[in-house]
Write a protein that binds this ligand. Structure first.
Ligand SMILES: Cc1cc2nc3c(=O)[nH]c(=O)nc-3n(C[C@H](O)[C@H](O)[C@H](O)COP(=O)(O)O)c2cc1C
Length: 287
């Protein structure tokens, strides 16, 4: 058993937000998905207040060791999520973590209050990797901005709050400390690193969104270092992710100070990666 902010989990393996569509998987695999669910808690794709179409295609580029995505957070918006997705997600056999992103502190506060009204939601994750339209600053790249956002939303719900840190910050440990002091109950990291790819035929940006987020094995070493630095800087639990593809990778993140780990890009290659990683974690650590 693993405990995350007072919530009991059957183990430490979560999914990275936006990398496993449990609703589509249930449609494809039926109740077999529920019997062998790959994660010990499920993190929803990030939702925003208003519905979003996401970025124009193409949205993915495969690198030698991972992906660059410019999905752009397509989602049904808060009301669409509460009405249509939440009833399906609560049928999953594990605690539910809902990921929210606001383009202002007011939007974030509304999201946290409305999602927090639902007892089926065990924890709320704040995705702060977006620019605040009021200041132009990426909330999670700056300790003071992060603290203001967390202070504003902390009183709006009873659930524990996880702040998802961006690696595109000068000092992620300073941001983590600011989040902790402002009332965050846990931090998760890393989100994707900013990157781009050129279309080899035109030398123009390949991705419809011009730039995108790099994930997968390419970012693992960076993520491991940031998880170690953040875990040493805060007393709250850390959810570590970034390129985890095996039980040995997950064990490294736990040894670096993470309480839980999350699997992202690897689930695109192998949808049952969460199960495999859990089994490998429980077995002898390969040398
Ligand atoms: C296609 C794709 C979509 C993602 N969508 C989200 C999202 O909606 N919210 C979020 O916080 N992170 C999102 N992420 C970031 C992942 O949750 C994770 O932080 C990151 O990919 C690093 O882990 P990985 O290397 O195991 O994929 C996304 C990543 C990918 C590849």
């Amino acid at each position: 058993m693993t405990e995350l902010c007072g919530v009991q989990l059957a183990g430490p393996v979560l999914n990275g937000s936006g990398t496993f569509d449990a609703i589509a998987a249930r449609r494809a695999f039926g109740d077999a998905l529920l019997e062998r669910f790959p994660f010990h808690a499920f993190v929803s794709k990030t939702i925003t207040l208003a519905p979003r179409e996401g970025n124009p295609p193409p949205r993915l580029w495969e690198t030698p060791a991972g992906l660059i995505n410019s999905i752009g957070l397509p989602n049904k918006g808060l009301e669409g999520f509460l009405e249509r997705d939440l009833p399906e997600l609560v049928e999953l056999p594990v605690p539910l973590i809902v990921s929210v992103m606001g383009f202002s502190r007011e939007e974030l506060a509304t999201l946290v209050r409305r999602v927090g009204e639902r007892d089926e939601v065990a924890l709320i994750e704040l995705n702060v990797s977006c620019p605040n339209v009021e200041t132009g600053l990426v909330m999670g790249a700056d300790p003071a901005e992060t603290a203001l956002a967390v202070e504003r939303v902390r009183p709006r719900c009873d659930q524990p709050l996880i702040v998802k840190l961006t690696p595109n910050a000068t000092d992620p440990a300073a941001v983590a400390r600011a989040a902790e002091q402002a009332g965050a109950d846990a931090v998760s990291l890393i989100n994707t690193l900013k990157g781009m790819a050129l279309d080899p035929r035109t030398s123009q940006p390949w991705l419809g969104g011009t730039t995108g987020g790099v994930s997968g094995p390419a970012v693992r070493a960076i993520a491991l270092e940031q998880v170690r630095a953040v875990a040493a800087a805060v007393a709250i639990p850390v959810v570590g992710m970034g390129g985890i593809a095996s039980g040995a990778d997950a064990a490294d993140f736990l040894a670096a100070g993470a309480t839980c780990v999350a699997v992202g890009t690897e689930s695109f290659r192998d949808p049952s990666a969460g199960l495999r990683i859990t089994a490998e974690l429980a077995g002898p650590v390969p040398v």
